[in-house]
Design a protein around this ligand. Structure first.
Ligand SMILES: [Mn+2]
Length: 258
């Protein structure tokens, strides 16, 4: 009975499946996916369809799933109102966000499947606390504001401003700390497991240049942050999918086949 966390799969279904095999993922285990399962890579929709069937896999919202939902809502509204200002859709499909393939595959789904996917994402988690022994892990895609909640909080339970920050904030951005003249994270005793900013960007790479999990127990001198995004978004030789087992903080890697 193990608890695993993966983030930022970015449409790389094959790598994801190889990871499940490597960790020997079984029915007694739990896997948390910290968002950005879709976009950039080829198989975002395939990943969503697969994990929707797996009851012991829990999906978090990432900025890409938020982009997708906003874009699809935008398309719907435009159709209803006979408008053509598809700003949100354009943003999602833009090269910088890489939603094109996800959108193409979503359009091919049946009406029933489309609705199921949207309900699934609407119920996705934004932040969750997981207690393992004496430790409390706090899981989120990017950053969760100082909000009180018991165990977990979902997308459909939060106001937009909080959701936006939770999935888009770059905590390594110099402006981030200055902006907040208060405590950055809710509790110094928690261990924050996050994705969103790939560790290549933070120069946390191995001898071969591949992304490595950044386990920083001295973030801003007071917080413990484990960043598990190892750059699947880059789609190059440095890209790896990382997985952490919370019981012993063991790290697993699967390289992207390029
Ligand atoms: Mn992200």
């Amino acid at each position: 009975m193990s608890t695993y966390v993966i983030s930022d799969i970015h449409g790389q279904y094959d790598t994801f499946m190889r990871m499940l095999k490597q960790i020997k993922f079984c029915e007694e285990d739990t896997l948390y996916i910290l968002g950005d399962a879709i976009d950039r890579g080829p198989d975002g929709i395939k990943i969503l369809k697969a994990i929707m069937k797996m009851k012991n896999v829990k999906m978090f919202l990432g900025n890409h799933e938020l982009l997708m939902m906003e874009a699809l809502r935008n398309v719907d509204e435009c159709e209803h109102e006979g408008r053509e200002d598809t700003d949100e859709l354009d943003l999602w499909l833009d090269e910088c966000n890489g939603g094109k393939q996800t959108f193409e595959d979503f359009k091919k789904c049946s009406a029933k499947k489309k609705a199921e996917i949207l309900i699934y994402l609407d119920n996705s988690i934004v932040a969750k606390k997981v207690k393992i022994g004496r430790k409390t892990y706090y899981l989120c895609h990017a950053y969760m504001v100082n909000k009180k909640f018991d165990d977990e909080v979902k997308y459909n339970e939060l106001i937009y401003k909080d959701v936006y920050q939770a999935v888009w904030q770059n905590i390594y951005d110099a402006g981030f700390v200055k902006k907040l003249n208060e405590k950055i994270f809710p509790n110094k005793k928690y261990i924050y497991v996050l994705g969103h900013i790939f560790t290549q960007r933070l120069d946390n790479i191995d001898e071969e240049g591949a992304g490595m999990v950044l386990n920083d127990s001295d973030f801003l001198g007071e917080y413990h942050i484990i960043n598990i995004d190892c750059g699947m978004a880059l789609r190059n030789k440095s890209s790896r999918l990382a997985c952490i087992r919370l019981e012993d903080e063991k790290i697993y890697y699967e390289a992207l086949d390029v």
